[in-house]
Unconditional design. Structure first.
Length: 235
């Protein structure tokens, strides 16, 4: 069975096509979904892509979190479907209360774009299970509202329960508390991160490595992990 992974397009989405390409390269079938629909079309997993949904008015992701399709996303997540929020998609997940905390303007008040070193802190989620715990990877980052915040008690809970999925290494690009780059829910099926794994999936188009320029494909493992999780759920 070929896994079918839905990519939801919102007004202002920029990386939905890249997410679909990453899904295809990982061996799954991308399925285009629309923010105004209530039909997930029988997909096995979902990706909320990056961009500037609804122009980032009010707060980044705040209006998208109220889009019609998000009712179905919440229901699917509650039933255990793998859901990945990338950058603006991560902002949607916290605004929809599918993940805790919030995301605010970068500490230096400027948009940032860089190839970012990360450490995989939790390798048991539906989107990180093909990594090793503690593995260091490089994923492109591009955001203006990427500062992760939460109360001290919430941060302590995330740390204590192993819900920090990824952490910035080398430099904290946006002022995220405790260098948090991505988190997961308790069940491990919903993951949000600010860096963009879909931009590191194909040689010639990813970050530079010691082997060759543009050869980094560390992001592909997010998508192969989800395919494995889907296969395991139907085995």
């Amino acid at each position: 069975m070929t896994a079918r992974v839905g990519v939801i397009t919102f007004p202002g989405s920029l990386d939905d096509g890249d997410a679909a390409r990453a899904i295809r390269l990982s061996g799954a079938e991308p399925v285009a979904l629309w923010h105004g629909s209530h039909d997930l079309e029988g997909v096995d997993a979902l990706v909320l892509p990056g961009g500037f949904s609804y122009g980032d008015y009010l707060r980044a992701g705040a209006i998208a979190a109220l889009a019609p399709i998000m009712a179905e996303v919440k229901d699917a997540a509650a039933k255990g479907m793998p859901v990945l929020g990338i950058c603006n998609g991560f902002q949607m997940l916290v605004e929809a209360h599918l993940l805790p905390g919030g995301l605010i303007r970068n500490a230096h008040q400027q948009f940032i774009r860089r190839d970012q070193r990360l450490r995989v802190e939790n390798a048991t989620t539906a989107w990180t299970s093909d990594y090793e715990a503690g593995q260091e990877i490089v994923i492109p980052l591009k955001n203006a509202d990427g500062g992760y915040i939460a109360s001290e008690s919430e941060l302590d809970r995330l740390e204590g329960e192993g819900l920090v999925a990824l952490r910035y290494l080398g430099v904290n690009p946006n002022g995220s508390l405790r260098d948090i780059a991505g988190i997961t829910n308790e069940r491990g099926n919903v993951v949000g991160l600010m860096p963009h794994p879909e931009h590191a999936v194909e040689p010639g188009f990813g970050p530079d490595t010691s082997v060759a320029m543009r050869s980094g494909v560390d992001g592909l493992t997010f998508f192969t992990s989800a395919i494995a999780a889907v296969a395991a759920s139907v085995a």
